[in-house]
Design a protein around this ligand. Structure first.
Ligand SMILES: NC(=O)C1=CN([C@@H]2O[C@H](COP(=O)(O)OP(=O)(O)OC[C@H]3O[C@@H](n4cnc5c(N)ncnc54)[C@H](OP(=O)(O)O)[C@@H]3O)[C@@H](O)[C@H]2O)C=CC1
Ligand SMILES: N[C@@H](CC=O)C(=O)O
Length: 561
């Protein structure tokens, strides 16, 4: 339109000139040149008008319907593309260059956009606030104090990750006057645990033991709170009741810290492995006993010295017999097996043997066999002609020195998961101690808080498979058996026959020729292939009855071969 206007103007001016001046050839040529020049001017002026540089977003241009393209490379001060980004200065090409109505419309849009830009940015304080979630902590010991410290120190990070500010409203302890970590604000301490349990959005239980932890957690669920705990003893004893209370209240129940401290093994089994069939889990899940065995093995410390050091480091439970006698590991094994096999497994389903009877001699013998002695938790699925079900157990076992579990030192834990599709997975990390365990607790806090802000929920109990728990004699394992036998022809054959009679296959035989056990005796170490414990025990009884066997010196389970 503008171009047409310019051309018409030129023609009109030319005709007027021709009329006013005496016509001559030069005049005609001059007029023609003037007309061309004016035409070019008109075109250029139209071009200038549609090379707009306006504060407007690219989307606004296209919304006008009068823009064919936007030179985004010429844009400044805002986002490109068609998304509704902040207004920017751009060069645009109009569909109908020079059309005043179209230009007006685009300019109008640009002015609106400019006004939007001119709105002052809201100061930080006036920006919409994140919701605040009230957090109550039950217990402020080794783990609780570190949870509180990190929650306070990293409040902004937790707010950004969860979508809510997490405000600790109270910390329940037994003795408010007892000396404790200075990171725990004294004004938050109370001995009214019931009030803390029932007046918060999120309740973190770090008292330990069965009561009052159970009652407090149930009260917290009843009040609508999400609950996070590291209390494996309670979960192994009352897991289904706690899951049911969480489902009834429609809130979250999380317990990452209950198994293997900082290692995210609960998450792995509950969520990451939900698409697979787990066949076995083998792990070192108690930091205290691993620390004790490791100190005995590497530094020659006595059992008592090593236990005192583990307590000092905050690894041990309030009552360390739970660690030493394998009960803490058994509770973790029960939780692991429940998650791995979608079956309810409680403490009574776990066969348990602790490390109290392990001596320096046992450690030396293990080394002589090229092994380390470890307290292992084993959860195993059997699905064969002889058995269908799961076996769960905790016991000291020999682990070959080149096996990954043999090099797990100090308070560290490691868990090996075998699954049909994934194959073997290994998880390794700090299994005990205040700060590592706090890391696991806080991951649960962030998840629960995010659910309260955005919706969603923690996984509910999964026990649909309901597999039978196999009796201990049906568990598959290997034995290392040490014997003193008559050092005479036919002795090894007689020993081998006993194993064969009980359908146990021998993997290796070693005879220590240098052992000074008398002229006519030799020390023989036999390692079997995997067999049901019942058959292995029967074979050992058969050995005791064999006349060429002077003594069954020891029997030890071997795992990880
Ligand atoms: N320590 C570790 O490495 C790990 C621990 N866990 C688990 O975490 C939980 C806490 O362990 P941890 O921190 O070591 O335990 P602690 O013994 O160090 O702390 C327990 C806390 O609970 C308080 N408490 C005890 N009874 C009551 C009660 N009746 N009412 C109110 N408060 C009470 C104690 O108060 P007060 O201070 O006044 O005595 C103390 O603050 C346990 O379930 C444990 O199994 C899990 C993984 C690792
Ligand atoms: N006492 C436990 C603490 C963590 O669960 C251990 O030693 O592993």
């Amino acid at each position: 339109m503008l171009v047409l206007w310019a051309l018409l103007t030129c023609v009109l001016v030319g005709v007027l000139l021709m009329v006013a001046i005496t016509p001559s050839l030069y005049t005609v040529i001059g007029v023609a040149l003037s007309l061309s020049a004016l035409g070019v001017w008109g075109l250029l002026s139209a071009r200038v008008l549609h090379n707009l540089r306006l504060p407007i977003s690219a989307r606004d241009f296209y919304r006008s319907g009068h823009v064919t393209s936007t030179d985004l490379s010429a844009c400044a001060g805002g986002g490109g593309g068609l998304s509704p980004r902040p207004p920017m200065l751009c060069r645009v090409t109009l569909a109908h260059p020079g059309e005043p109505a179209h230009i007006r419309e685009v300019v109008l849009l640009s002015q609106q956009a400019a006004q939007e830009t001119a709105q002052p940015t809201a100061p930080a304080a006036a920006r919409p606030q994140r919701p605040t979630l009230r957090v109550g902590v039950l217990g402020s010991g080794t783990v609780g104090s570190q949870v509180i410290r990190l929650l306070l120190e990293q409040a902004d990070d937790f707010a950004a990750r969860s979508g809510a500010r997490l405000e600790i409203t109270g910390v329940a302890v037994r003795d408010v006057d007892a000396p404790r970590d200075e990171a725990v604000p004294r004004e938050l301490l109370t001995d009214d645990a019931q009030a803390v349990a029932t007046s918060n959005d999120i309740v973190i239980e770090l008292i330990g033991g069965i009561e009052p932890a159970r009652t407090l957690i149930l009260a917290a669920f009843a009040s609508g709170a999400s609950v996070i705990t590291g209390n494996k003893a309670l979960i192994a004893a009352h897991g289904p009741e706690l899951y049911a209370a969480a489902a009834e209240a429609n809130t979250d129940f999380y317990y990452e810290a209950a198994v293997a401290g900082a290692i995210p093994v609960v998450y792995a089994l509950r969520e990451s492995m939900a698409g697979d069939r787990v066949t076995s889990v083998l792990g070192i899940v108690n930091g205290t006993t691993n620390y004790i065995l490791d100190e005995m093995s590497t530094k020659g410390l006595s059992f008592e010295e090593a236990l005192a050091a583990a307590q000092e480091l905050g690894y041990a439970e309030a009552d360390p017999t739970a660690d030493v006698d394998g009960l803490d590991a058994a509770a973790k094994a029960a939780i692991i097996a429940s998650l791995a096999f979608h079956t309810r497994v409680g403490m009574n389903d776990v066969e348990v043997e602790g490390i109290r009877s392990i001596t320096a001699d046992d450690i030396r013998e293990a080394h002589a066999s090229g092994c380390e002695l470890k307290l292992l938790a084993v959860a195993q699925r059997r699905e064969d002609e002889q058995a269908n079900g799961i076996s769960v157990r905790v016991h000291p076992a020999l682990v070959p020195a080149d096996h990954p579990l043999a090099s797990v030192h100090g308070g560290f834990n490691a868990v090996l998961v075998e699954a049909e599709a994934a194959g073997r997975l290994m998880f390794y990390g700090q299994g005990a101690g205040g700060t590592p365990t706090a890391s696991a607790v806080l991951s649960d806090v962030v998840a629960a808080a995010a659910h309260r802000v955005n919706g969603g929920q923690a996984p509910r109990e999964s026990s649909y498979a309901d597999l039978p728990i196999l009796p201990p004699e049906l568990a598959l394992t290997r034995y290392q058996v040490q014997l003193r036998v008559a050092d005479a022809p036919g002795s090894l054959a007689a020993v081998a026959q006993v194993f064969a009679d009980h359908d146990v296959s021998i993997n290796s035989v070693r005879q220590a020729s240098y052992v000074d056990v008398g002229d006519e005796l030799a020390l023989v170490t036999i390692v079997t292939h995997a067999a049901p414990v019942g058959r292995l025990e029967a074979a050992v009884e058969g050995l005791r009855a064999q006349e060429r066997v002077a003594e069954v010196v020891s029997t030890r389970r071997v795992e990880g071969l």
